[in-house]
Design a binder for this molecule. Structure first.
Ligand code: HEM
Length: 117
């Protein structure tokens, strides 16, 4: 059970990588677009995060305020990605810069919360 939990944590971190990595690529390439790959990373973080939010194996203690804040952050990122990609399709332009920056900053803050708190 412990090994299974570690595997799910690993997949959870892969989800973060698949969200944050493409964001860095867009920033460095100065395209500032949200991409479909970011959605996949967020979805993987959500599914694995929800699995980890259950107290298994028995006896494990979880920091529910931290988990709740990360869930809120994830929902906000999801809303920004959804609005952003719809807008990109409609206008053909990259998302407004503050929206793009917020996606990356929130993803980073969620990871920082996970590791530091
Ligand atoms: C963009 C959003 C998120 C990011 C970047 C993120 C990042 C991380 C990282 C890097 C870890 C590993 C930390 C460590 O083991 O020291 C972690 C652990 C964890 N995450 Fe997330 N997370 C996100 C969203 C969520 C969500 C939405 C949930 C639940 C609803 C969640 C639940 C958990 C739990 C329960 C752990 C602890 C695993 C354990 O110690 O057994 N995360 N997260």
């Amino acid at each position: 059970m412990e090994i299974l939990r570690s595997v799910v944590v690993l997949l959870h971190i892969v989800g973060f990588a698949v969200l944050f990595g493409p964001w860095v690529v867009e920033a460095v390439a100065r395209r500032f677009q949200v991409t479909r790959v970011m959605d996949y990373g967020l979805l993987l973080s959500l599914i694995t995060g929800l699995a980890l939010a259950a107290p298994w194996p028995a006896g494990i203690e979880l920091n529910y305020p931290k988990i709740g804040i990360k869930l809120v952050i994830l929902i906000v990122i999801g809303a920004l990605l959804g609005m952003g990609s719809a807008r990109q399709k409609r206008t053909g332009e990259p998302v407004p810069r503050p929206m793009f920056v917020t996606v990356g900053v929130l993803a980073f803050v969620a990871a920082a919360l996970a590791v530091v708190w």
